[in-house]
Ligand binder design. Structure first.
Ligand code: GAL
Length: 432
């Protein structure tokens, strides 16, 4: 090559490189995914699904926009600010149910996913319970990646043995009274019976105590339009009395704890006997460091369904949406395709403590805990979670959370608490 030709080629390459970087390629081939899965018990599942995504779409950079804070308490506030500023991430985590439908779909912030569902055959592998919870007027609006169980009670078998407890949480807590009797034994032995964490975990406890008191049908009746269970009636009053009693067995510093992990760890550390927390806690207990405690099931920790809820599966489902105005809509669809896929869900769920939303995952990939949960999911009576977006529109759920928080400061005020719950239902418009 002559010198002249050489310089022409170099000049051409420089110009081409400049144009490419100005267009932002390949740097602009990215997908920004927003969730609250950061840190212990939360991050490993997402990381495993990102490995699948990166293998299938090597030219797209996965940008992890996760904001820490259990149940999305912080993340949802950050997301709302971004949406108000017209700056949506390319996809975000949203719970199946009212959180998606009464919020993002109603506000016109997300797009229907009929084409994706058709091209991937996703609706054929989704359980019948789930499809209506992510659909409006027959169009699906989000991709569920999992099923989590809310009504799990984790316990430390050593703490029970040391306190002389002979009752078996897996079979002997058909009523809350049976559980409270054991709590008295634990308390007498100088331990916390029921560990509790940051404020949202009190709402998580609240829903499971209510279900444990009134059963599945009456719980469902609270969310029917109009409600068939009276918010002002005796069933709710009995639930609140049990909730007050349950709180009396919790650690006094609960509301100052940073999140849910601290309360779950009190159980595995042997400071508390029980913790009612969703099965993301399984990932935290069982996964390897740094995000897990690498504990041994049945020895270091064990599980039962929460008292009074045998045969009931209180569920929630994490899903991902396609925003209106996403900066990288094609890459967002690629992300959703992985989230919907068998490979994506089989990578994500064993680490997350959840089971697949899909019905065709290979059960051999899952822990004994998750295999049990998968059986219960198809054989139990399924009800929806309040704290995690299924049964109530976000504004209603927030009013209930406020009432729960207030009640925690003075548990003698059950009448005021019930009045606040009645008012919250009226403000939502579901109660007349
Ligand atoms: C739930 C979410 C779970 C888990 C949990 C604790 O709302 O659905 O995936 O992350 O919060 O943060």
């Amino acid at each position: 090559m002559t010198n002249k030709k050489f310089y022409v080629v170099v000049a051409f390459l420089v110009i081409a490189a400049t144009i490419l970087s100005a267009c932002g390629t390949p740097a602009s081939k990215q997908v920004e995914v927003f969730s609250w899965w950061v840190g212990p018990g939360e991050a490993d599942g997402l990381a495993a699904m990102v490995v699948v995504f990166n293998a299938q779409y090597p030219s797209i950079t996965f940008v992890n926009a996760a904001v820490a804070g259990g149940a999305g308490t912080n993340a949802k506030a950050v997301l709302a600010t971004r949406l108000a500023a017209n700056d949506p991430p390319d996809s975000w985590q949203a719970h199946a149910g009212q959180e998606t439908i009464a919020n993002y779909v109603a506000a016109g912030q997300v797009k229907p996913l009929d084409d994706l569902f058709a091209s991937t055959g996703f609706s054929k592998v989704l359980p019948a319970t789930l499809l209506p919870l992510i659909s409006k007027d027959g169009h699906p609006y989000s991709v569920p990646v999992n099923i989590h169980r809310s009504n799990v009670m984790w316990f430390n078998p050593k703490v029970l043995a040391e306190a002389g407890v002979t009752a078996n949480p897996k079979t002997d807590f058909a009523t809350l009274d049976a559980f409270f009797a054991v709590c008295d034994q634990i308390k007498a032995a100088g331990k916390i019976c029921l560990s509790l964490g940051a404020p949202w975990t009190a709402v998580h406890l609240f829903e499971n105590i209510m279900i444990g008191t009134m059963g599945a049908d009456k719980w469902n009746g609270l969310w029917a339009t109009p409600p068939t269970t009276d918010w002002n009636g005796a069933d709710v009053a009995a639930g609140l009395a049990n909730y007050a009693k349950a709180l009396s067995y919790t650690n006094a510093d609960a509301s100052t704890l940073p999140d849910w992990q601290t309360a779950s760890k009190m159980v595995s550390d042997g400071d508390a006997a029980f913790n009612i927390m969703g099965d993301w806690a399984y990932g935290y207990f069982a996964n390897a460091a740094p995000n897990g405690l690498a504990l041994t099931p049945h020895t270091d920790f064990d599980w039962a369904v929460s008292p009074g809820t045998y045969g009931i599966f209180n569920f929630l489902s994490d899903s991902f949406v396609l925003p209106v105005g996403a900066k990288h809509p094609d890459a967002a669809l690629d992300w959703l395709t992985v989230a919907a896929s068998k490979a994506g869900q089989e990578a994500f769920n064993p680490k997350k403590g959840s089971i697949c939303a899909r019905t065709d995952c290979n059960q051999a990939l899952f822990s004994e805990y998750s295999q049990d949960a998968a059986k219960d999911w198809t054989s139990n009576v399924v009800v929806g979670s309040l704290m995690h977006g299924v049964v109530a529109a976000p504004a209603w759920a927030t009013s209930i959370s406020t009432a729960v928080g207030l009640f925690q400061t003075d548990t003698s005020k059950t009448a005021d608490f019930q009045a606040a719950l009645v008012a919250a239902c009226k403000t939502d418009g579901t109660c007349k």
